[in-house]
Design a binder for this molecule. Structure first.
Ligand SMILES: Nc1ncnc2c1ncn2[C@@H]1O[C@H](COP(=O)(O)OP(=O)(O)O)[C@@H](O)[C@H]1O
Ligand SMILES: [Mg+2]
Length: 244
């Protein structure tokens, strides 16, 4: 367990300093992040907004310990993860982050309940006695025994959200979670993310949609691997007002 560095305020959930990420080498090198500084405070709902290919997913994966930065400092939940290899970050991921992806990534051969239980078993975090409550919180208590193929896209994403919360992560990372959903269903997911923020959870939402970005407290705009702007929003829009 790494101690919280002196320089990092305890209410800082995510702090990136001069982070770069290069994929490949020489002529094939892709500079996905070109020196990113950003801070997300605990309890904030932050959106990372930017066009396709701007580096959003790379940024999200570095914050979540799925990918290592090429250089720079990365502190998440008080732990310096920086250039540590993803293979060495299993404990970090289990203890700090929950992920939601565009295409849900549920295990097709497991029911909704089992998809959540397996994460509790694998991580040793969370409580199987709470699975029904987790499904209830996303409005799916009555679908616990359905397989993903028996659920709509929006329902699958709600299961994925319940799964991400099963380990009680300090930070929820959601990479284009509404990208595969229609407007009404997507709004429900965004509404659930706003509920989490009201409950004090730190939420980082990745999107290419400027309308979606309006529901956040902090909008971090990424263009071509750099932060173009960071804006705080005192009166975030309600998820029901989002459009695409
Ligand atoms: N594993 C990888 N290998 C090579 N290039 C990659 C890899 N992942 C992402 N990239 C490149 O990095 C850039 C940023 O990608 P990404 O972070 O996925 O952007 P976004 O999520 O904003 O669409 C793109 O040019 C993309 O092609
Ligand atoms: Mg992406």
């Amino acid at each position: 367990m790494t101690a919280t560095p002196e320089a990092v305020a305890t209410d800082t959930a995510v702090l990136l300093e001069a982070v770069t990420k290069v994929f490949g080498t020489d002529d094939a090198a892709v500079h996905a992040l070109r020196g990113v500084d950003l801070e997300i405070r605990a309890g904030q709902f932050a959106v990372v907004l930017g066009p396709s290919g701007s580096g959003k997913t790379t940024l999200c994966n570095i914050i979540g310990g799925i990918e290592a930065a090429t250089s720079g400092s990365v502190t998440v939940g008080g732990e310096q993860i920086g250039e540590r290899k993803p293979a060495d970050l299993g404990d970090f991921r289990r203890n700090h982050v929950g992920f939601v992806f565009q295409f849900f990534n549920l295990i097709p051969t497991l029911t909704a309940r089992e998809n959540i239980e397996v994460i509790i078993e694998l991580t040793g975090r969370g409580d199987k006695a709470r699975v029904t409550a987790l499904l209830d919180a996303v409005g799916l208590a009555d679908r616990a025994d359905n397989f993903p193929s028996q659920l709509s896209g929006g329902e699958q994403q709600r299961v994925a959200l319940a799964r991400a919360l099963a380990t009680d992560p300090a930070i929820l990372l959601a990479d284009e979670p509404t990208g595969a959903l229609d407007l009404d269903t997507g709004r429900q997911i965004l509404g659930l993310l706003q509920d989490l923020r009201r409950q004090g959870r730190t939420v980082v939402l990745i999107t290419h949609n400027a309308s979606v970005a309006q529901i956040a407290d902090r909008v971090i705009t990424v263009v071509d691997g750099r932060i173009e702007s960071t804006e705080d929003n005192d009166s975030p829009a309600d998820a029901s007002d989002v459009t695409w």
